[in-house]
Design a protein around this ligand. Structure first.
Ligand code: G3P
Ligand code: CA
Length: 284
């Protein structure tokens, strides 16, 4: 009994010291934290992508982070939509850069997915920040920034106004395939970390390329088909974190959960939050 009491006291003191030193419990248990679950364009497997409905549902399905795409209207409003044209996901036609926000805000962004969602709108970046900033992590993708001169400065101003530099680490991340754009954003507003997206390519990503990206980026986010343990180790070795995109089947979800990614972007959050036996997938 005496021995157990002493052991208990020792463990209590030991844990207090670790807590005081801010060492994670994982240090003690050897158990790694799970990856961040990222709702890709919201819960876009079930609801029309990049809408408030899809973002609310993603949060309800257990997303730690919302991923969405930003483009800019002719009159300079930052809006949340994936394609440079409105054609695929709305009732309208044309390039966003040639349309004003007055023209954009009336478009139906729900019916293309299912008539039940008629009336969903393309959200402004302001609306998304108002609703979710500080409540759920945000992964903001600058889509085709070369179409929109100065979009990096515009986004940085928006985030600075809202005190993004005061938020905790990793609460907001800005990412893009466009490396010039990410270098520029990092130069303007280094308090918000940036990520570089990598498309699939047979040769993979060389250590030299990873080291180059690490000069300005905090995240290197590869397409899921590029991911393997060696790549994860190399990215971590350069001091960056890594999010994989985009999981659309349960088998890949199960494999990635065990691989040591820092985050996984998916259209189907339940594949991550409730991994179970692999049934028939609902992937697109
Ligand atoms: O999170 C990365 C991913 O969103 C990049 O691809 O085309 O879905 O925007 P895309
Ligand atoms: Ca995206």
């Amino acid at each position: 009994m005496y021995f157990l009491r002493q052991l208990n006291r020792f463990l209590h003191v030991y844990l207090s010291i670790l807590r005081h030193l801010h060492l994670p419990l994982a240090f003690l248990t050897g158990k790694k934290d799970r990856p961040i679950f990222i709702g890709h364009r919201g819960a876009s497997g079930y609801y029309p992508e990049n809408t408030i409905l899809a973002f609310d549902k993603a949060v309800a399905l257990g997303a730690d982070m919302l991923e969405f795409d930003v483009q800019q209207t002719k009159d300079g409003t930052l809006i949340v939509i994936h394609d440079p044209k409105v054609n695929r996901t709305t009732s309208g036609k044309g390039y966003i850069k040639n349309l004003t926000y007055e023209e954009i805000k009336v478009l139906d962004a729900g019916s293309w997915f299912d008539p039940r969602f008629k009336g969903e709108r393309i959200p402004t970046l302001d609306a998304v920040l108002d609703r979710y900033l500080g409540k759920v992590r945000l992964l903001i993708e600058l889509k085709k920034p070369s179409l929109y001169p100065d979009i990096e400065r515009h986004l940085a101003e928006k985030l600075r106004e809202r005190g993004a530099d005061q938020l905790g680490d990793g609460q907001i991340i800005v990412q893009s395939f466009d490396r010039r754009s990410m270098q520029e954003f990092h130069r303007i507003f280094p308090a918000v970390p940036v990520g570089v997206l990598i498309k699939n390519r047979p040769a993979g990503i060389s250590p030299r390329e990873i080291r180059g990206i690490a000069q300005y980026a905090s995240y290197l986010n590869p397409k899921v088909t590029l991911v393997n343990k060696r790549l994860i180790k190399r990215i971590h070795g350069c001091g960056m974190k890594t999010f994989a995109w985009t999981v659309r089947d349960k088998k890949t979800a199960g494999a990635l959960l065990k691989m040591g990614m820092d985050g996984i972007a998916t259209d189907y959050l339940d594949y991550l939050t409730k991994p179970g036996p692999i049934e028939k997938d609902r992937g697109r």
